[in-house]
Write a protein that binds this ligand. Structure first.
Ligand code: NIG
Ligand code: FE
Length: 414
C-alpha cells in the first residue's frame, strides 16, 4: 500500500537524481521544499513535492496517510564509521583520563583497544549480538538509518570472525542498511608485542582470505598511527585486500600525520577517517581523488584532542563527511544529532554543510549513495519526522534536545 506523509513544514535534502557526493562550495547549499509531501511505496520514495501540487495528482484511495503535523522531514543520517559491536564500556579509563592519564598512556598500560579485546574474546556471540542490536535500536530512534560497523576488538582469528558474524546477524535482523568492515589491524595483541610482522602476516595471509571467502566484510580498515600500524603495513594490507576485491576505509591522522592518507588514496580507499592532524601533503593527496575525507568530531570532543580542519578542506574544494566513531574507548556515543551540532559549533561548518556531510557524503563513504542519503525518487524511504521546529538550523542549534518524533526505515514506521 502507498503511504503519503503530508503537512511537512519543510522537506530537507531533496534531489532530482542521485549525486556522487557534495564538495567544496556546493556543500553550502541544500535543496528543500516548504509545505511538502512525500509518497512511499514498497519501501521506496516514489514522489515528493509541495502540498499545493498534491491535490488532484492521483487517486489517494487505498493510501495510508501520515500527518507530519508541521514537523520537518529529513533523510535519516548515514553513520559511515562505528565500532558498534563491543563487550563492555570503559568508563574506568574515562575516570583515569580525568585524573590526568592520556589515551596513549592508558593504552601503554594494557588498557584501550586491548582492554576491549580481552573482554570481547570472553563474550559469547549471542550476547554481543543482543547488546549491539539494543544499541542499534537506540540509534534508529535518534535518526540513524544506515550504519557501518567495524570488527577490531577481536584481534584473534576466532574473535574477529565472531565480531563479523555478529555484524552479519545484525544485517539480517534489522531494516537499517549495514556495511561491515574488517579491522583486524586495530592494535597489536600482547602475544605479538615484539612481532608485528607476525601479526600482519596472520591478518593478510590467514584472516583476510577467510573473511573474504565467507563474504563477511564489505571493507577493510587499519589504524595507521605511531605505536599502532605503519604506512608500510597499510600499503601491504590494502594491496592484499584489493587483490581479493575488498575496498578499504582507513583510520589515519588521529594523533600524527605520517602519510597514511596518501597511501590510502593511492590504493583506492573509499574514505580516510579521523583527520585531526593534517599537513599540506594530505590535502594534496585528497585533491582529485575518489576518497571521502571523514571527520569524527565526537571523538575529539570526548578525548579533548584537536578537531579536524573541516572548513579548510571545504575551502580547498574537497568534500567532507561527518560520522560518529561510536566505540567504548574514544567515543561512547552514536548520536548523529550531536555530531551535527559539533560540526557547527566546533568545526564551524554551516547547517547546510553539516546536513550534506551527515547524509549524502556519509552515504558515499559507505558505497550506498545511489540508495540512501537524500530524499530522491527511487531511493529507500529512510527518513525522520521532527517535532515542529522554526528552521532546519534549529536541529544542530538545539544540541542535546530530542527533536525527532517518528523514524521511517524502508517505508516502515519504527
Ligand atoms: O576510532 N583510533 C582507533 N580506534 C578507535 C578507538 C578505539 C578504542 O579506543 O577502543 C577510534 O577512535
Ligand atoms: Fe574508529
Amino acid at each position: 500500500m502507498k503511504i503519503v506523509i503530508k503537512n511537512i513544514a519543510e522537506l530537507i535534502q531533496t534531489e532530482e537524481s542521485p549525486r556522487k557526493w557534495v564538495a567544496g562550495k556546493d556543500m553550502s547549499h541544500i535543496n528543500t521544499i516548504k509545505d511538502a509531501f512525500v509518497e512511499v511505496e514498497n519501501g521506496i520514495i516514489t514522489l515528493f513535492g509541495s502540498m499545493e501540487d498534491w491535490a488532484g495528482i492521483e487517486d489517494w484511495n487505498n493510501t495510508e496517510i501520515i500527518d507530519a503535523e508541521g514537523g520537518m522531514v529529513f533523510p535519516t543520517y548515514c553513520d559511515s564509521h562505528t565500532h558498534l559491536v563491543f563487550a563492555a564500556s570503559r568508563e574506568g579509563e574515562f575516570v583515569d583520563r580525568i585524573n590526568g592519564l592520556s589515551y596513549a598512556e592508558i593504552a601503554q598500560r594494557g588498557g584501550g583497544i586491548l582492554n576491549s579485546a580481552e573482554k570481547l574474546q570472553k563474550t559469547s556471540e549471542d550476547i554481543l549480538f543482543e547488546d549491539a542490536l539494543a544499541r542499534l535500536n537506540k540509534l534508529i530512534e535518534m535518526g540513524t538509518g544506515a550504519i557501518e560497523i567495524k570488527s577490531g576488538y577481536g584481534l584473534t582469528l576466532d574473535a574477529e570472525l565472531k565480531m563479523l558474524r555478529v555484524i552479519k546477524r545484525l544485517k539480517e535482523n534489522t531494516d537499517v542498511t549495514i556495511k561491515a568492515t574488517f579491522l583486524g589491524a586495530h592494535a597489536l595483541p600482547i602475544e605479538y608485542k615484539d612481532n608485528k610482522e607476525g601479526y600482519m602476516n596472520l591478518i593478510i595471509n590467514k584472516m583476510l582470505p577467510i573473511v573474504a571467502k565467507e563474504g563477511l566484510a564489505d571493507y577493510v580498515d587499519i589504524f595507521c598511527e605511531d605505536e599502532y600500524f605503519t604506512v608500510e603495513d597499510t600499503k601491504n594490507l590494502l594491496t592484499a585486500a584489493n587483490k581479493l576485491g575488498i575496498p578499504s576505509k582507513t583510520h589515519v591522522n588521529q594523533f600524527n600525520a605520517i602519510g597514511g592518507i596518501k597511501a590510502s588514496v593511492d590504493l583506492g580507499a573509499l574514505s580516510v577517517d579521523h583527520l585531526e592532524e593534517m599537513v599540506e601533503e594530505d590535502y594534496e593527496a585528497l585533491k582529485g581523488s575518489n576518497c571521502m575525507p571523514t571527520a569524527l568530531p565526537s571523538c575529539s570532543f570526548f578525548l579533548g584532542i584537536p578537531y579536524s580542519p573541516a572548513v579548510k578542506m571545504i575551502n580547498k574544494g574537497l568534500p567532507i563527511a561527518l560520522a560518529s566513531d561510536y566505540n567504548p574507548g574514544s567515543t561512547p556515543s552514536g548520536n548523529m544529532n550531536f555530531v551535527a551540532s559539533l560540526g557547527c559549533i566546533q568545526l564551524k561548518m554551516t547547517p547546510e554543510q553539516v546536513i550534506n556531510a551527515t547524509t549524502i557524503n556519509t552515504a558515499y563513504a559507505m558505497g550506498i549513495e545511489k540508495e540512501l542519503g537524500s530524499i530522491c525518487v527511487g531511493k529507500k524511504a529512510n527518513l525522520f519526522i521532527t517535532k515542529p521546529i522554526s528552521s532546519y538550523a534549529y536541529l544542530p542549534y538545539s544540541f542535546g534536545e530530542k527533536l525527532i518524533s517518528k523514524v521511517m526505515i524502508n517505508g516502515k514506521l519504527q
